[in-house]
Design a protein around this ligand. Structure first.
Ligand code: HEM
Length: 381
């Protein structure tokens, strides 16, 4: 729970309260204003690639760059004007994430997390530092608000506004405490950064393999935007890129499994599951089941989504890259918008193919990642 205790980790009434406050932050109207921030972060990545390729074809492991870009986007969109402080917080959060992965991968000794080891002390230090830095940003915001300045269009501002609104609606116990706002800010990073980087890296790997789809996507980009800067309207009309992303999320879902706890005895077929049972829906298995998807289940074939998600399978309810039901991913539209914009910008500037030095090894560290990176040959257009 050191990583974040926000929305994803609360239950019952607590969850209803958090979700009601957070939902507006991800509304399409709000996302529209975040597009310029997405654009800046993506342009920076492209400039770095141009600096490497210098007009020639060149091998680049694109994965770390995509990770930096998605991290940068979260810092900008979560904290807006407090971007620099936000970035530092997320760098610490990233270090914490790595330390936690080390713990998860080492032998479990009960109680060992309370020992004052170097790693444990560093983890506690980071946790304290992150909390106090977010607190400083929030306090600064609250002071400017008290002075009558309107909130910024970033996630933190929207979260604080939305919190005020539910309080005004008479839900005296409904608002979030400062500590809870802090946890939500941390969760945006945990939930949004690695997952979106995972979606983008598998998309580039697959388009580097299936260059016919890359060409189709690029054609679409030039038809929709020409020399225009991508806008939200155009992005929502990209059909080819949309089915490509759907197919990537089927083959390589960044979150590989969904978890649920049953609150009352439930009968499924011949099985009677007692209350309190923990269920896991493995998306990798569901998305790779030939009975559902057909014989070409392991092939990259975006065309299967041409008539929409429900027509792509023989059985309904078989595709859940963003989960489902009331707990469906709150950042879905944010992630898809970001992925579409990044792809449009990459495809307009580079063509790419898989390098012979790429080793295919999907592995899971919080999200589904290419273990040895994503080596592509980039060529400037
Ligand atoms: C491609 C990118 C992403 C994927 C594949 C993804 C996937 C998921 C999945 C599978 C869940 C669990 C849903 C369930 O249990 O039914 C989830 C929950 C969540 N995601 Fe995402 N996510 C992505 C991006 C984001 C982004 C960008 C953010 C925020 C900036 C975010 C924030 C959250 C939060 C807060 C929850 C918990 C929702 C709740 O419990 O009510 N995610 N996500």
């Amino acid at each position: 729970m050191l990583l974040a205790r926000g929305l994803a980790n609360v239950e019952g009434d607590q969850w209803v309260k958090h979700r009601k406050i957070i939902n507006p932050a991800f509304h399409v109207e709000k996302l529209k204003h975040m597009l310029p921030a997405f654009h800046i972060s993506c342009s920076e990545m492209i400039r770095k690639w141009e600096g490497i390729t210098k007009g020639r074809s060149c091998e680049v492991d694109v994965y770390p760059y995509l990770q930096t870009m998605t991290s940068d986007i979260i810092s900008r969109t979560a904290f807006g004007s407090s971007y620099e402080e936000g970035r530092k917080i997320f760098e610490l959060q990233c270090e914490l994430q790595k330390l936690i992965v080390q713990v998860l991968q080492s032998m479990y000794i009960p109680g060992s997390r309370f020992l004052p080891t170097k790693r444990n002390r560093r983890m506690m230090e980071i946790d304290q530092e992150v909390k106090s830095s977010i607190k400083k940003i929030i306090n600064k915001r609250l002071t400017t608000k008290e002075n009558g300045e309107s909130s910024k269009g970033d996630l933190l501002g929207i979260l604080l506004d939305s919190n005020d609104k539910v309080k005004l609606q008479g839900y005296t116990t409904f608002g979030l405490s400062i500590d809870e706002v802090i946890e939500e800010c941390k969760l945006f990073y945990i939930g949004g950064q690695e997952t979106t980087a995972s979606l983008l890296v598998w998309t580039m790997i697959l388009l580097g393999q299936h260059t016919n789809w890359q060409d189709r996507a690029r054609d679409e980009v030039s038809k929709v935007f020409g020399d225009r800067k991508p806008d939200i309207d155009g992005l929502s009309h990209l059909k080819i890129i949309n089915i490509i992303l759907l197919e990537v999320l089927r083959l390589y879902p960044p979150v590989v499994a969904l978890e649920r706890i049953i609150h009352e005895e439930t009968k499924i077929g011949d099985l009677i599951l007692p209350s309190g049972s923990q269920l896991m829906l493995h998306l990798m298995m569901l998305h790779h089941d030939a009975n559902i998807w057909g014989d070409d289940v392991n092939e990259f074939n975006p065309e299967r989504f041409a008539e929409g998600v429900s027509k792509a399978t023989k059985i309904q309810a078989s595709y859940y890259p963003f989960g489902g039901g009331p707990r469906i991913c709150v950042g879905q539209a944010f992630a898809i918008l970001q992925a579409k914009l990044a792809l449009v910008m990459i495809l307009s500037r580079f063509s790419f193919k898989l390098s012979p030095s790429y080793s295919h090894a999907p592995h899971i560290i919080l999200s589904l990642q290419p273990q040895f990176g994503a080596q592509l040959i980039l060529s400037e257009l």
